[in-house]
Design a protein. Structure first.
Length: 96
C-alpha cells in the first residue's frame, strides 16, 4: 500500500510517460494482464489507456489489472490509469 507522499512522487515521475497499453472493446483479458505484469517488472511505473469503446468502467479496469498483477494503483485520471509495482531485478525508483 502506498502512502500519499509516495503516490505524489510517482505521479510526478509518471507525468511524462506515454501509455503503453490500451484497453479496448475486448476489455481486460489474461494475456493483457500477463504482458502488463512483465512490463511492470521491467519499468516499475507505467500508464494504461482506456479507450472510449471499452465496455467496462475505467475504475473496474483499474481494479481488475491491479488485482491480477499485484500492482499498486497510483492514479486514475481521465481515461488513463497509472500503475506501480516494485521490480525485483530492475529496481530504479526509490520511494520517499
Amino acid at each position: 500500500m502506498l502512502t500519499g507522499k509516495q503516490k505524489r512522487f510517482l505521479r510526478s515521475k509518471a507525468h511524462h510517460l506515454q501509455p503503453i497499453f490500451q484497453v479496448g472493446k475486448g476489455g481486460v483479458n489474461e494475456n493483457m494482464t500477463k504482458q502488463i505484469a512483465e512490463a511492470l517488472e521491467t519499468r516499475e511505473l507505467l500508464k494504461v489507456s482506456v479507450l472510449q469503446n471499452c465496455d467496462q468502467d475505467k475504475d473496474e479496469v483499474a481494479q481488475m489489472i491491479t488485482s491480477s498483477t499485484g500492482a499498486d494503483l497510483v492514479q486514475v485520471i481521465g481515461s488513463t490509469i497509472v500503475l506501480y509495482k516494485e521490480s525485483k531485478e530492475n529496481k530504479e525508483l526509490v520511494l520517499p
